[in-house]
Ligand binder design. Sequence first.
Ligand code: FES
Length: 282
Amino acid sequence: MADIETKSTAEMTREERIAAAKARAAAKTAAAATETSAKSAEKADESGDAEVSEAAQRFQTRKTSEKAGASRKAREAELMQRAVTVSPRSGIEQLPQAEAPEKDRLAVNRREFLTYAWGGALALIALQGGVATLWFAYPRFKAGEFGGVFTMTSIPAEGAKPDDMLAGKFWWSNAFTGEGMIALYKVCTHLGCLYEWKDQTERFECPCHGSKFNQAGRNIKGPAARDLDQFVVAVEDSTGAVVDVTTELHRYVTAGEGLTYKVDTGRKILGRPSDPSLHVEA
Ligand code: FES
């Protein structure tokens, strides 16, 4: 080729000129192919950039769409949450307090009203029961008034007139039998009249129907059919220790100096049936 190009055309043979022409044609064809390839590559590059750009745009559009969808769903969920609230007690769907009108927030439904009503009624019953328990548990009568405890620090002489305890409604008697002290309820065991002490006869006599009782409260003449009722007496020594107490069988308590007697007018012992052997004619 170099040899062919270095020779002048005149010097070339026919074959050499043909070869030179073919070489130039081949070179031209190669150059054209190269140029075409470059243009194709350039076009390909342009086409590739466009595809990338289009893909990026589609990606961006999809992202934007997804964000918009997520935002819309979140907004819808928030609206649903704010729109409906389920009451934990009644299970009834209701508008939340913040969204409900003022009159609706103050109102209660029928089930809640019945629940509150039942609860209030039960609480009231429990309160009444508690108050009643305390009422019966605590002493209702104060010391020194009928129904309460009377403290006696003195005793009448044996056989002397019993002390009239007006406030306590009892006679404080030192029984002539020598058995001890006794607190006699002032009400007759016949029909409930108030009997009196008679100095002349030294006994208790009822003005209503004539029943009579001795100083120890024993029935000695009818129509009463039993002895006088009496109250429980507790005897305490100087240290406050209880040394004697009235019981159903032990009706007279110890009489002595330096003792304190607690007469409980809230605890009554009924008189025993009359003993006919004690009855007198007048
Ligand atoms: S009420 Fe006392 S004797 Fe009848």
